[in-house]
Design a protein around this ligand. Structure first.
Ligand code: GLN
Length: 284
């Protein structure tokens, strides 16, 4: 017989040996998902035995986690800006840093205006969905090269906002013919793949082996997407249009240089590790 508390303790030791971060939390999250309980409710049922099918499911997930599969993919969701987002290996797992990007836009008090926003690289839909939730007037178009990502983003909008007002489009930002079909926007927002091809293999195995490569790296020097945004932004943005970007470590100067001619640099925001992570630019 294996009880809840025994399962948690055994797995915590196992994950510790396998150098999984936060071993006990991982064990508890996996067990709570197998048993269909909230994590804290496990504490009320420490002596509850696991039946055979629960044990089988639990072992399978423990094995996958110990091999490096991210806990968010195993659970099927992650939390972003206080909401639960469905995620699978077709989309990047939303990161806490990206909450700063959303926060920045929400804090700008656009609420009274009719405002048109273009989000480049939807992924799970985290950025447009949280903007729409907080700025209901916003008219948002959100594009992604991956049809599968768009499917997840649409589901997330349905679950979180109970609506389908965001215009999700399967469109590649590098496809300039198709970009012509887009109207003009007041705001462009993006958290593009900004890891260089060179740095990519050095990332954690959780990322390299499991997250979609094209959501992490541009396959070049890490600033290819910013170049592409710069190249097209005069066509895509209205007068006084603004751009909000998430960027990688130490990229701020090269990216600001790209936009130098047509944009004023307005603000840069640091993340929790003291790295410049968000840039705000305003059209001259
Ligand atoms: N917009 C999504 C996010 O910020 C996906 C970004 C990406 O795939 N690079 O999480």
């Amino acid at each position: 017989m294996l009880t809840v508390i025994e399962a948690i303790n055994l797995t915590t030791d196992f994950f510790t040996k396998k150098q999984i971060e936060s071993p006990r939390l991982n064990a508890e999250l996996i067990l709570s998902s197998v048993l269909g309980l909230k994590r804290l409710d496990l504490y009320l049922q420490f002596e509850r035995p696991l039946n055979e099918s629960e044990k089988t499911k639990y072992r399978e997930l423990i094995k996958r986690r110990s091999e490096g599969e991210p806990i968010q993919y195993l659970m099927g969701f992650t939390e972003f800006y206080g909401e639960k987002f469905l995620v699978n290996s077709d989309v990047l797992i939303p990161r806490p840093e990206t909450e700063l990007l959303v926060e920045k836009i929400i804090s700008e008090n656009f609420t009274l205006e009719e405002i048109k926003i273009l989000d480049i690289g939807t992924g799970s839909g985290n950025i447009p969905i949280m903007i729409k939730k907080n700025i209901p007037n916003a008219e948002i178009t959100s594009i992604d090269i991956s049809e599968k990502a768009i499917e997840i983003a649409r589901k997330n909008e349905e679950i979180i906002l109970k609506s389908n007002k965001i215009n999700f489009l399967n469109l590649d930002i590098f496809d300039e013919e198709k970009l012509k079909s887009l109207e003009k926007f007041d705001i462009i927002v993006s958290n593009p793949p900004y890891v260089s091809e060179e740095e990519y293999p050095n990332l954690q195995i959780e990322i390299v082996n499991y997250e979609p490569k094209n959501a992490i790296t541009d396959g070049k020097d890490g600033i290819e997407f910013y170049r592409q945004i710069e190249k097209n932004c005069m066509k895509l943005l209205n007068e006084k249009g603004k751009i909000y970007l998430e960027i990688g470590k130490d990229q701020e100067n090269s990216i600001l240089n790209l936009f130098d001619d047509d944009f004023f640099y307005k603000e840069k925001v640091k993340d929790y590790s003291d790295i410049y992570r968000i840039l705000k630019l305003v059209r001259k």
